[in-house]
Write a protein that binds this ligand. Sequence first.
Ligand SMILES: [Zn+2]
Length: 363
Amino acid sequence: MSEEKRQVEKIRKAFEQEFGRFSDLNLENLSLDEAENLQRELGELKTKHTGKKSELAVSKKLIGRVAPEERGAFGQFVQSIEKEITTVIEEAENNLKNFIANAKIERERFDVTLPGTRPREGHLHLLTILRQKIEDIFVAMGYSIEDDREIETDYYNFDALNIPAGHPARESQDTFYTTNGFALRSQTSTVQIRAMERRGVPIRIIAPGRVFRRDTPDLTHTPMFHQIEGLCVDKNITMAHLKGTVGEWLRRLFGKETRIRLRPSYFPFTEPSAEFDFSCFKCGGTGTFENERCRPCKGSGWIELGGSGMVHPNVLRACNVDPQVYSGFAFGFGLERMCSLMYSLDDIRLMFENDVRFLEQFK
Ligand SMILES: [Zn+2]
């Protein structure tokens, strides 16, 4: 073998040694990153062994130095080596390229048939649902909704509502006191005073909100509950307006056949005062439902709902409204009581225990 041929043989050996790790590459255990690194290294190897400055390229100049009779054979030899090198590199390149392309597709693929994680859907609390229904009815009747503070002074919770210190009504409305003369409001009637002070009269509002009493929790009592208070003050407002308004609201909530009745009563902030009842939504006022004593009305046909009356002149005076010119009515009732009647709940504490199994029944 001529000296030139040996030199080319050496070049091939050097290539084979470096290329060794690519010749029987086990692609199966490669990560995408590893494959991409190998692809880059293979590119560098290709430039080194087949590029313009490669030893192989340089060796082609040897062709001219070989004796003329051997020149043809030697030329073919160099070419065959070159072809051999470029073929194995190309093959390895293609394998890596295909592997990388597939790995990328695999990485971006997601299985549309896998079950998704369904978000747990929430819904409004049953008290909120009922409150909003009632609010909608009153807004449609021209009332606006008032909200105010839950921590009050003695003045707004009692004095301005014609319940002076020592009045027995203070006892039945005993609430929670803070150390610096404030108390949690025991009724939403406080909003009447604040709204009249702020807006003046005439006024038509309802005030839904939380109230507090020092009661021991039992089937029908909780120390925190909700009231909705209504107030209408204008010239020439009479008891007839009260009856008409309360009746219309309950008819819109429970149906056209609903009747109401007023029973004389006493509240310090209204005079005259009346409790209002409405004909039972379940038995229609007959007292029997499916041949049995009707539950919500206890067989009486009537459901007691709340208190009402004509706003006491002292309350109007406390808000700088002249009782000689203006008159008005007010009413209030407990939302929990109404809710437990409507949904036949035996225990109002259920509404505050946050047991989802209970709450989910009322959407
Ligand atoms: Zn009934």
